[in-house]
Write a protein of this length. Structure first.
Length: 158
């Protein structure tokens, strides 16, 4: 894992009222956090200059995952069902490498090549995410990397 110190977007402003309608003793405290790349060989390597996932401020941000077989870098098959199943297995390995699980996922975004596959994907998706299910958005997109049928990204609490 790679660790990089980054500034947090949070600034805390502590102020004391002088009693005369003005402010005095203004102090700014800058909060910092750690950003850490997560990488596992048990899931397909990133297709570009990005991490499989990134840990930051008690969250794990998982990049879009495809239904590729890690050992071959090829799709498991052309079916959306097989790609979804493989994709979720890959996501599980990334979550595990980042110290999370499906139960810790709070948000997913699903990108489909064809929204007609929505019902098929839901049936498989439901097997992986326990109740309460994470918040979710689903979109049909013009194209996905490597002509995939589906791509999913997620955010998990750690």
């Amino acid at each position: 894992m790679f660790r990089v110190q980054i500034p947090s977007p949070q600034l805390l402003n502590y102020q004391k009222n002088s009693g005369h309608g003005g402010w005095e003793n203004q102090t700014w405290v800058k909060m910092t956090g750690i950003k850490e790349a997560v990488q596992t060989e048990k899931a397909p390597a990133a297709l570009g200059p990005y991490s499989q996932a990134t840990k930051a401020n008690d969250f794990l941000f998982v990049s879009g995952v495809l239904g590729l077989v890690p050992e071959t870098g090829k799709f498991i098959s052309d079916s959306v069902e097989d790609q979804t199943e493989q994709l979720l297995k890959n996501m599980g390995e990334i979550l595990k490498a980042g110290g999370a699980s499906y139960a810790a996922v709070v948000k997913t975004t699903i990108m489909l090549a064809d929204l007609k596959d929505f019902k098929k994907v839901n049936e498989i998706y439901a097997k992986y995410f326990p109740s309460p299910a994470p918040a979710r958005s689903t979109y049909q997109v013009a194209a996905l990397p490597l002509d995939a049928k589906i791509e999913i990204e997620c955010i998990a609490a750690i």
